[in-house]
Design a protein around this ligand. Structure first.
Ligand SMILES: Nc1ncnc2c1ncn2[C@@H]1O[C@H](COP(=O)(O)OP(=O)(O)OP(=O)(O)O)[C@@H](O)[C@H]1O
Length: 725
């Protein structure tokens, strides 16, 4: 089977640009292997692909203070149902006008996009350097960071995107020929093996390239034609097809300072305590209030202290004792509120208590814990957290994910593996290759569980739990975490969990983080770019993520911003893994303050000091919106989210958006309320687009009618998955 969301099934010659500095760096080694280092170390702790943000910085502290919003609300510690005062949202209709200064810009300066998703316009005053770099009409290659960002950052731009008219679109095949020619001479220099081909994002047929594809996800076949390809038709495990992926991610730094580097909690961290928590299910153990109460071993406590954790977040207060008590758990808590540690710490505590044998080299490893998550960067992040908290213990965490050399994954595993962090496709591959046995599994964790169980990954997860050797749900502990949990997905999840699982809801299930100041602007399609530039110029150098709906648009907008001399990089499923990690690194470490991303970057990524999220395109579901804006305002820090609402295409989101804004006590523009009312359907129970999140544990029966009068939520529309592959 294939890999995870990030896996692009896209023609090799349509992969994205490689920034100049990357090329320079890679080409300095004979095979670029100064970057693609083999995992030579035998250290048990030294494997793992990529870097993490290691800066110690004070949190972003500007923005609104919601200090008094939750006043009087408090956690209770009932065993079965613990309620506080959160979520007393205003019903919509009672909001005034937004004072936004960005209301509905005009269309001047608009530069019309082709409706052709391929966006491969050949030329119009645009030429490209041999390496695919963007040149403007004056033939002057952009310099500095702009040059880097602009280097062919728009895939279609290799054939010339820029100001091309919609009628000038290249046929995808032609585009690929062009780009193939351009990149043919470049790629060998990047190869770790000298085979001249490092592309991890090849279209559908590659052994590791295509990876997992959910139903209806876009695939561009070798012939260059888009096609819809089900997971059964190809994917990562088809080793015989296509060129091998050779990318070996660099190991993360191993010094203690780097391992424990963290950013500061923000001014609103203490306000987490005022959020309502509801625990449902029978015989829930009481919450703990301090780390000491968890009674963890000394090494774990030391690691917690070194990580800078002094106080539990609500999801940790409730989840840790539940997991320590051996219960299955479905937990839903707002973005950036510490769900990762909420499952890692008790699992590690159990492992330490049970005295697992130190891992050692073995051809077949039998980990005690498997953690799956939907994107490569997210599993890598979870791995780094696991490595941090298991520091100084004999527990060995390993990460494997698609887009990297399979042999590298195997080498990491055979050195010893207690906790395996994996994307689904690579995990299934490794299981198929009998490098991982499942008999010892005691903990199965689904992070971003609603995503892991939806129609994209659900079948893969079902396969996982039915793999030979996998202990039955009665025999293992299954833990699910997310910030959103649509009802339908909750029902599916029950199949994975013991019937007496507990459900923890911190705040409103699916609610947005209140530390994010949300603004919705009415901006028509043709005014978006101008508005974006205006906003980014106002923002200055503050770290900003710009979400767009498609991979191609991500490149397009990134290139456009580079033209505007705004240092930008991009991340999406069509980029090679090395490029994605480079882009994320450039963003994390401040080389590029703007990251244009598809929804692949919407979930889980914990990047320090992201101060703004801009939804250039609104996503098609409200849950996706909640995850996207959750890239800012993390861990008690404040952030801002600005969303462009296009009357032509976003009306379906008006109702749930008003609901989310209201619940998070944000201003709701009058025009948005009007649209919400005009599109209001009594008894509305959700559609595949623009649905409203569930508000309770589904075992309680019908979901609670929320303040806006809607009730249910559904799995993401398959169409949305374009940006996830
Ligand atoms: N108790 C704590 N004290 C201080 N920092 C914490 C604590 N718990 C978590 N953090 C930090 O908060 C940040 C966000 O945590 P994490 O990534 O686990 O959030 P999350 O709830 O999983 O978010 P998302 O829903 O976006 O995946 C991380 O940098 C983490 O190290």
């Amino acid at each position: 089977m294939g890999d995870e969301d990030w896996e692009a099934e896209i023609n090799p010659h349509m992969s994205s640009y490689v920034p100049i500095f990357e090329k320079d760096r890679y080409s300095s080694g004979e095979n670029g292997d100064n970057f693609n280092r083999a995992p030579a170390s035998s250290s048990e702790m030294d494997d793992g692909p990529s870097r993490r943000d290691h800066f110690m910085k004070s949190g972003f502290a500007s923005g609104r203070n919601f200090g008094n919003r939750d006043a009087g609300e408090s956690n209770k510690r009932d065993n079965t149902s613990t309620m506080g005062g959160f979520g007393v949202g205003k019903s919509f209709g009672n909001r005034g006008f937004s004072n936004s200064k960005f209301e509905d810009g005009d269309s001047s300066g608009f530069w019309r996009e082709s409706s052709n998703d391929c966006e491969d316009n050949p030329t119009r005053n645009r030429g490209f350097s041999k390496r695919g770099g963007y040149r403007d009409g004056n033939n002057s290659e952009a310099s500095g960071p702009y040059r880097r960002g602009g280097r062919g950052s728009f895939r279609g731009c290799r054939g010339g995107f820029g100001l091309g008219s919609p009628n000038n679109d290249l046929d995808p095949d032609e585009c690929m020929q062009r780009t193939g020619g351009l990149f043919g001479s470049r790629r060998p220099a990047l190869s770790g093996t000298g085979n001249g081909d490092t592309s991890q994002s090849r279209s559908g047929s590659g052994s590791e390239r295509g990876g997992y594809k959910g139903l209806n996800e876009e695939v561009i076949t070798d012939s260059g034609k888009n096609s819809w390809k089900s997971e059964a038709e190809g994917g990562e495990s088809s080793d015989t097809q296509g060129p091998k992926v050779t990318y070996i991610p660099p190991p993360p730094p191993e010094d203690e300072d780097s391992i424990f580097a963290h950013y500061q909690t923000g001014i609103n961290f203490d306000k987490y305590d005022t959020i309502l928590v509801e625990v449902s299910g029978h015989d829930a153990p009481p919450a703990i209030l301090t780390f000491e109460e968890a009674n963890l071993c000394q090494t774990l406590n030391n690691n917690i202290a070194k990580a800078g954790y002094t106080k539990l977040t609500p999801v940790q207060k409730y989840s840790i004792p539940i997991i320590l008590a051996g219960r299955d758990l479905m937990a839903c808590a707002q973005t950036g509120s510490g769900k990762t540690a909420a499952f890692l710490l008790p699992i590690l505590a159990h492992m330490m208590r049970d005295g697992i044998t130190a891992s050692r080299f073995k051809e077949l490893q039998e980990p005690e814990c498997i953690i799956v998550a939907p994107t490569r960067e997210l599993v890598n992040q979870i791995y780094l957290e696991a490595r941090k908290f298991s520091f100084g213990t004999c527990v060995r965490a390993v990460v494997i994910y698609g887009g990297t050399q399979l042999g590298h994954s195997i080498r990491q595993i055979v050195q010893g593996c207690n906790i395996l962090c994996a994307t689904p496709g690579r995990l299934m591959d490794i299981i198929g290759k009998e490098k991982i046995g499942l008999k010892q599994i005691k903990y199965l964790v689904l992070d971003e569980a609603d995503r892991m169980l939806d129609m994209g990954f659900g079948p893969e997860m079902k396969k996982l739990i039915s793999c030979p050797g996998m202990p039955s749900k009665e025999q293992r502990q299954t833990l699910m975490f997310s910030a959103t949990f649509p009802e339908e997905i909750q029902r599916l999840a029950a199949e994975f969990l013991k019937s007496n699982y507990l459900f923890v809801a911190v705040g409103q299930v699916g609610g947005a983080c209140r530390d994010v100041q949300q603004t919705v602007l009415q901006v028509g399609q043709f005014s978006k770019r101008e508005k974006l530039v205006e906003i980014l110029r106002n923002i200055g150098d503050e770290r900003t993520m710009v979400f767009v709906e498609t991979k191609k648009k991500a490149d397009f907008i990134a290139t456009f911003l580079c033209q505007e001399k705004i240092s930008t990089t991009s991340i999406h499923g069509d980029r090679e893994q090395r490029e994605r990690e480079q882009a994320l690194g450039d963003f994390r470490y401040g080389k590029c303050p703007v990251l244009v991303a598809t929804s692949v970057a919407a979930r889980g990524l914990d990047i320090e000091n992201v101060q703004h999220v801009i939804n250039f395109d609104l996503p098609s579901t409200i849950d996706e919106y909640v995850h996207r804006i959750g890239r800012t305002g993390r861990c008690g820090n404040t952030g801002r989210a600005i969303s462009f609402f296009d009357l032509e295409s976003d009306n379906h989101l008006a109702q749930p958006l008003v609901k989310v804004l209201t619940d998070a006590q944000q201003d709701v523009p009058a025009w948005l309320e009007e649209i919400a009312f005009s599109t209001y359907i009594p008894g509305f129970s959700g559609s595949t687009r623009g649905n409203v999140f569930a508000s309770v544990d589904t075992r309680k029966g019908k979901s609670t009618l929320n303040t806006a009068g809607f009730s249910s939520s559904q799995a993401p529309n398959p169409v949305d998955d374009e940006s996830w592959d």
